[in-house]
Design a protein around this ligand. Structure first.
Ligand code: ATP
Ligand code: MG
Length: 652
């Protein structure tokens, strides 16, 4: 057995011993009396009776040793600004916001809704909440009023922190009118709204409810607020899932288990070198750059909490991956930032890499990437052609990792901290992460499947620390949605398909929803997408199963071109369609061949960059696409609708 196998075995055979030891990764105010209480499984309590505070561990704890080290590096290519906060400065700012919240009547256990763009204040706000034991609920800045209203009603926040506006590609997106409309729509009315005025657009204020951030900050400039010592199982935050497959679920994360798991994930997955004491020879610190919105779980965990818990500097970025400080196109902006700030680990989603794939690859090699250990990707299947393209382009390990908002940290990953020689394998996010008891089950018999056989990916309880505690306010929904019994053991379903090779590497085949049935044969849309992605002209693709009178379902493919100008005529596109069909025939067989390949400008995605296949499928079948509140850009879907269902010509 290699070192990984030994550690993994220990972690699942004796979770209390394993996690009891990992708990030393954070500071406790009062020690826990019991590592795990699973009497109400699947509702678990980790580190029972222990008290701690996430903000203390992410900020205060580092003051003595790295007070003058960079903690938060904020770069906005939208406003052309850059600012570095040391741990001491971060501490001051967090205290100001904490004092501000207390001054406005926020108490331990109250919810605070954060609806902010990617500004430093968003990080101060999250940490300030955890400092005083308030539960934050971050919603993507600029999210539609209806989605915001449903989250307000679900979380019932006492106070909302927001701003005048966000900015995207230099265009101001006013937040205040969206927020006002959401509060109008919501049944629950927050008492207070604190507004950050970025000077991007005028705001109207509601008397008695709306307050100015800068005024409050000035009032609390020198205030200090003690950390609230929370019992390990008190909630830290509520975060809604991406809503790719349906109504988002309010995931509740606890305090102690969450912090312990994130620190462990840095050690085993994201920065083993730093955890072992190494620093960057130039910067004298470790720096992490997770280019994710704070409204998504990756932003919570790997832009904000984990790097700070580990004493790293974290880079918070507002802007596009293809636009520079001066507003001019710059497809190398991320790599420029890696070089400039000596980033040691970077994290983004495959969807961002597919955006870069449409650009000239010379930008990948134009900057000094010597500080970078690895690029981490998560959120959607990473097709091999995209993985190879970026691996060749930057010459660094590309480490896919698989998880969900619910789990809060990876379930599958390459764990160089468990075994330095563990190598990534194209198409695979790696092996089960320490602490996770992963199984692949046959969908109908629930029996475990062997190597190279498809199965539904499940986790056997107990889930490790850091995973969702429950659905906010609804334990029954948590149990009913995710859990079932198998041989007296409760299992958590991920609702994803996977397969394991003989060496123990897992491959994700897509969501159980995304399986299509062609003439009695079950096919994963991901496999078809993967073979289409190999076509050199295609940057991105989505495949859905569409009802067909003869075959039950047929595959319909949508493709975004790397260079649309090179295939502008209908003849070019027909040729492309033929080539794609031939490609799929060769790799998967004629059954998987898409019945049509539509070339489109863009694909409908959620704010976290996930393909909304259910919406595509509905449009193909001429149905109402249903809940679209989580869509990033509704015009993508309208365009596809118009392409598939051109309105009858009025000219005879
Ligand atoms: P909802 O649950 O509301 O429908 P969602 O599942 O998209 O939305 P997230 O928690 O953001 O919400 O996404 C988790 C899902 O993303 C996983 O279940 C899986 O389908 C997919 N995923 C995440 N990482 C990977 C990865 N590395 N490879 C393949 N798929 C991944
Ligand atoms: Mg999900």
């Amino acid at each position: 057995m290699d070192p990984y196998d030994i550690l993994h075995r220990q972690s699942v055979d004796d979770p209390e011993a394993f996690w009891g030891a990992e708990a030393a990764g954070i500071e406790w105010h009062r020690p826990f009396t019991r590592v795990l209480d699973d009497r109400r499984a699947p509702l678990l309590r980790w580190f029972v009776d222990g008290t701690t505070n996430v903000c203390h561990n992410a900020v205060d704890r580092h003051l003595a040793t790295r007070g003058d080290q960079a903690a938060l590096i904020h770069v906005s290519t939208e406003t052309g600004s850059e600012r570095v906060y040391t741990y001491r400065e971060l501490f001051d700012e967090v205290n100001r916001v904490a004092a501000m919240l207390i001054g406005e009547g926020v108490e331990r256990g109250d919810r605070v809704l954060i609806y902010l763009p990617m500004v430093p204040e968003a990080v101060f706000a999250m940490l300030a909440c955890t400092r005083i034991g308030a539960i934050h609920s971050v919603v993507f800045g600029g999210f539609a009023s209806t989605s915001l209203a449903s989250r307000i009603d679900d979380a019932r926040p006492k106070l909302v922190l927001s701003a005048d506006a966000g900015s995207r590609a230099g265009k101001t997106i006013a937040y205040k009118p969206l927020l006002d409309a959401a509060i109008d729509l919501a049944r629950h009315k927050p008492h207070r709204v604190v507004l950050l005025d970025r000077g991007l657009c005028p705001m109207t204020r509601v008397d008695g409810r709306d307050l100015d951030w800068a005024t409050l900050r000035a009032r609390h400039l020198d205030d200090r607020v003690d950390c609230a010592w929370l019992e390990s199982n008190e909630p830290c935050y509520i975060l809604y899932t991406s809503g790719t497959t349906g109504t988002p679920k309010g995931v509740v994360r606890d305090t102690g288990g969450h912090a312990v798991a994130l620190v462990a994930s840095i050690k085993y997955i994201f920065d083993p070198a730093g955890a072992a004491g190494a620093v960057d020879p130039v910067s004298g610190r470790r720096t992490f750059f997770a280019a994710s919105d704070i409204g998504w779980v990756v932003g919570h965990c790997y832009t904000v909490y984990a790097p700070l818990l580990a004493g790293m500097a974290t880079l918070l970025y507002e802007g596009l991956p293809t636009r520079g400080m001066d507003g001019e196109p710059d497809a190398g902006i991320w790599w420029r930032l890696v070089a400039r700030h000596r980033v040691n680990g970077m994290f983004t989603a495959p969807t961002a890499i597919r955006v870069l794939k449409k650009q000239d690859p010379s930008h990948l090699t134009a900057h000094d990437l010597s500080s970078l250990d690895a690029l981490f990707l998560a959120g959607e299947p990473l097709d091999e052609p995209t993985a190879r393209w970026i691996a060749d382009g930057i010459g660094k390990p590309i480490l896919d990792n698989y998880w969900q908002t619910e789990t809060g940290w990876p379930m599958l990953a390459v764990q160089r901290g468990a075994d330095a020689s563990m190598a990534p394998r194209f198409g695979s996010p790696g092996k089960p992460v320490l602490g996770y008891r992963l199984k692949l089950l046959d969908e109908s018999t629930m029996d475990e499947v062997g190597a190279d056989r498809k199965g539904v990916l499940v986790l056997e309880g107990p889930l490790p620390p850091g995973c969702m505690a429950t659905v906010w306010g609804d334990d029954a929904r948590f149990v009913d949605t995710y859990w079932s019994l198998r041989d007296d053991r409760s299992v958590y379903s991920t609702f994803d398909w996977g397969v394991r090779d003989a060496d123990g590497y897992y491959f994700i085949l897509g969501r159980t929803d995304d399986v299509i049935n062609v003439a009695g044969h079950r096919l994963g849309t991901r496999e078809i997408e993967e073979s289409i992605a190999a076509h050199a002209a295609i940057a991105e693709t989505a495949v859905v199963g569409v009802a067909d009178a003869l075959k039950g379902q047929v595959a319909i493919a949508f493709a975004v071109l790397r260079d649309p100008a090179s295939m502008a005529t209908p003849v070019d596109r027909l040729r492309l369609e033929g080539e794609v069909m031939a490609l799929v025939d060769r790799s998967l067989g004629a059954l998987a061949r898409p019945a049509r390949v539509h070339v489109v400008d863009a694909l409908p995605k959620t704010r976290s960059g996930k393909m909304l296949r259910r919406a595509l499928q509905a449009v193909c079948e001429g149905r109402d696409p249903g809940d679209l509140t989580t869509i990033e850009d509704p015009s993508t879907l309208r365009q596809i609708h118009d392409l598939l269902h051109p309105s009858p010509s009025i000219v005879a």
